[in-house]
Design a protein around this ligand. Structure first.
Ligand SMILES: Cc1ncc(COP(=O)(O)O)c(C=O)c1O
Length: 485
């Protein structure tokens, strides 16, 4: 992820964004220590208001989080009523459970099983849900759950100790989740203390499925996908198929690559490889799941049912910090017959307020038929981006699904050469977009080794036709203002 470019002290700050209180010397250890950060002081529905009174359309739902916008009355009143009635605000999960946690679990399980059935899986493909506080915690839990599954299934001497992940991916910031993240910039400082990749190590990486950059000239999408499936198979064979716990990947890659979807046949092929060698498949849907791409789960579009699915961001819509792991019945069954316990936990797991938000967000998504809006507005967004931005000389590629779209900028469209990192192109485009009244999510690394600029557009599921028009029109102006006509 890029942060807005650090400002030098003598640099002119936009008075629209930076007021006297946007000070760099505050108490928060945020993303930057030196640069001032625009202060948001109010928000309503899709609008953010800065301390300067400048307003922004929240066209990225924060970081693909606020899927219902801000202050949705159903969610806020559910949270207020939990706090103002004698309902528990916290219980110790070692001793207790709560009705709201059970309700949240069964709502998510039934959605996951409906998604599994829709792509040919069993009605009871998923058996339990583990709720935690962040996407990183969810991915960390999925890694440990995978390991415990094999310890219980094959015994303590199991050789299964390795995860196969992909370059151009992000699974979280904690050491385990970062170890399996193929994200150059976020790994860099910590590389020496991450889980080892070598012989007998715990992590391997295979190529991302990114047709824009990976497909060879003359190769079809199908052949490209099958080449990558063979690469995965070869990696299993190279490291010893009986040493692999799981293959994990994002069905639609979020910030690491900019809403990159897989080519047809790729996920099915990868699932076959996992099954051939008895390994698990983990779909990281922290960013792309819970309706963001048009289905409740992104794996639906790939026609495969993963063994573990991590969710976050849209799960609580930003009203509370919450994430989770939807656990396949296969894994639940082994634990059930074994120790009967997951050897992992957090003080705040299945927090009642977080579970209240999950139930309320799901209720709104259903009652307002929002997945249909994601599909319709997503098609409009795609068409307008193609029409207004695809022809720009520095727009290399536009990709995505539902309300999850990425624009990759290149210096040279023919060669796909990225801009130098020091140009900070995605940051500059985003800062200009903020001045013009919309949000873009600035990211870097789409061309490998930290190079390559892309921005995300991922508005709330409640976005309107007129707002989509505004987002694209303003995004185009921001691109033109920074990179020329
Ligand atoms: C796919 C994916 N997995 C995991 C994470 C980590 O989530 P969090 O930042 O909530 O810890 C993210 C965050 O952006 C993500 O996009």
């Amino acid at each position: 992820m890029a942060v807005l470019i650090p400002k030098s002290t003598d640099q002119q700050l936009s008075p629209l964004l930076y007021g006297p209180s946007s000070t760099p010397s505050g108490s928060i250890l945020g993303r930057t220590l030196h640069s001032p950060t625009p202060l948001i002081t109010a928000a309503d529905a899709h609008t953010l208001t800065l301390s300067t009174t400048h307003t922004l359309l929240d066209s990225t739902s924060g970081a693909a989080v606020s899927c219902l916008g801000h202050s949705h009355p159903v969610v806020t009143s559910a949270l207020i009523s939990t706090l103002s009635t004698p309902a528990p605000v916290y219980v110790n999960s070692i001793l207790f459970n709560t009705p709201i946690a059970e309700e949240a679990g069964s709502v998510i399980l039934s959605e996951a099983n409906a998604a599994a059935t829709a792509c040919g899986g069993a009605e009871d493909s998923f058996g339990r849900v583990y709720f935690c506080g962040s996407g990183s915690e969810a991915c960390e839990a999925a890694l440990k759950l995978g390991r415990q599954y094999f310890v219980e299934k094959e015994g303590a001497g199991t050789k299964r100790r390795r995860w196969i992940s992909r370059w151009g991916s992000y699974h979280g910031t904690t050491l385990g989740a970062l170890s399996v993240s193929g994200h150059y910039a976020r790994r860099k400082v910590f590389e020496d203390i991450l889980l080892p990749q070598g012989e007998g190590g715990n992590v391997s990486f295979v190529s991302a499925c990114n047709a824009y950059r990976g497909k060879k000239e003359g190769e079809t999408d199908w052949d490209y996908g099958q080449r990558l499936v063979r690469e995965l198979d070869e990696e299993f064979q190279r490291v010893g198929p009986d040493s692999v716990i799981a293959f994990l990947a994002e069905p639609v890659v979020g910030a690491a690559l900019g809403c990159v979807t897989a080519v047809e046949g790729y996920w099915k092929g990868c699932k076959e490889v996992c099954e051939r060698y008895g390994a698990l498949m983990v779909a990281d849907e922290v960013m792309c799941g819970i309706g963001r791409t048009g289905g409740m789960f992104a794996f639906q579009a790939e026609g495969v049912v993963p063994d573990l699915v991590t969710v976050g961001k849209g799960l609580g819509g930003g009203y509370v910090p919450v994430a989770g792991v939807v656990v396949g019945q296969k894994v639940v069954g082994v634990l059930d017959k074994g120790t009967g316990a997951f050897a992992h936990g957090h003080t705040y797991q299945a927090h009642p307020l977080a579970c209240t938000a999950i139930v309320a967000v799901q209720k709104v998504i259903r009652q307002e038929n929002l997945l249909a809006n994601v599909v319709t507005r997503g098609k409009q967004l795609e068409a307008l981006l193609e029409e207004q931005l695809a022809g720009h000389k520095h727009v290399g590629n536009i990709r995505g699904r539902g309300l999850f779209w990425g624009i990759e900028f290149v210096k040279d469209k023919e060669t796909k050469e990225p801009f130098p990192v020091s140009d900070g192109v995605s940051s500059k485009v985003c800062e200009r977009a903020l001045e013009l009244g919309i949000c873009l999510y600035p990211c870097a690394g789409s061309a490998g080794e930290g190079k390559g600029d892309h921005v995300l557009i991922c508005p709330p599921y409640t976005i309107t036709e007129g707002e989509i028009e505004k987002i694209v029109e303003v995004a185009r102006r921001a691109v033109v203002d920074v990179l020329g006509e």
